[in-house]
Design a protein around this ligand. Structure first.
Ligand SMILES: [Zn+2]
Length: 63
């Protein structure tokens, strides 16, 4: 069964977002391609996770 990529990715990014907010911005494997090391930035408000391998990214903001 093929997972729905978008919904699945959104789900997979959740725990990574939590860790980046907690200060762990390194060593997160891309949940989409499972090969890239995510480039994670968090400036206190906006969080952005980018995969240099497949180019998929996630962006969100704390409310
Ligand atoms: Zn990737």
């Amino acid at each position: 069964m093929e997972p729905d990529e978008d919904v699945d990715a959104l789900d997979a990014y959740g725990p990574i977002v939590d860790e980046v907010i907690a200060g762990r911005t390194e060593g997160h494997r891309c949940p989409v391609c499972h090969e890239g090391d995510l480039d994670c930035t968090f400036d206190g408000v906006t969080i952005k996770l980018t995969c240099p391998k497949c180019g998929r990214f996630f962006e969100g903001a704390l409310s």
